[in-house]
Design a protein around this ligand. Structure first.
Ligand code: COA
Length: 178
């Protein structure tokens, strides 16, 4: 039974789908694995904000504006997905947009310890913020942005890992010697 976004699974058990979820990351660049997670999140939550951490400790190949442009292009067909950026703490951003869920992708057991620590630290700071872990399709479990950048830099094939517009931008960067 479904009423006002509340799906009654059984007596006493409900899932409120009217929630804003954030999906934070560095996205340098966005990959098909990230897009897989965004699609799954957009099918579960009423509003998903994919948000770029601009003060990430990582040195990035793409500028903030380039990464935002790729995020916008990748999510253009998803009506309940927005793109934003934040600096500072992710919990602050969650408060500002009224999000109570943070989505993170879990690719393998090796992701777990870091994600577990981050989820608990974030909830310690903002008790209303829960982290929901989604698993991408298994064909993306070995995928990461840095691996894609590395393959592109050496002229390897990346077409099955990223959308065409990301592939073109990566190729342009490697032709410029970046
Ligand atoms: N498909 C492909 N790659 C994936 C993936 C997926 N589904 N899920 C994760 N990854 C990869 C990313 O490509 C990235 O690879 P890389 O290291 O080669 O670049 C890696 O997993 C992790 O990246 P990401 O998911 O972007 O997380 P992050 O560690 O770069 O960013 C933040 C984490 C930005 C969310 C976190 O640092 C943060 O919140 N910072 C703000 C400050 C803050 O509040 N800190 C307190 C945290 S407790």
């Amino acid at each position: 039974m479904s009423r006002n976004g509340i799906h009654l699974l059984s007596k006493g058990l409900t899932i409120d789908l009217h929630k804003t979820a954030i999906y934070p990351g560095t996205f340098d660049p966005i990959t098909n694995g990230h897009i897989d997670i965004i699609r799954r999140a957009s099918a579960i939550f009423s509003r998903v904000i994919v948000t770029l951490a601009v003060n990430s400790s990582k040195a990035t190949l793409f500028t903030t504006e380039e990464r935002l442009a790729m995020l916008r292009e990748a999510t253009a067909g998803l009506a309940n997905v927005e793109v934003a950026k934040f600096s500072g703490l992710v919990v602050e951003f969650a408060r500002q947009v009224g999000a109570t869920v943070m989505v993170r992708g879990l690719r393998a057991v090796s992701d777990f310890e870091y994600e577990f620590q981050m989820a608990l630290m974030n909830r310690k700071q903002e008790h209303s913020l829960d982290t929901v872990f989604l698993m991408p399709d298994e064909k993306y479990t070995y995928l990461s942005s840095s691996i894609v950048r590395e393959i592109a830099r050496h002229g390897g094939t990346i077409e099955c890992f990223v959308p065409k517009f990301v592939e073109d931008r990566l190729k342009a960067k490697s032709q410029n010697g970046q």
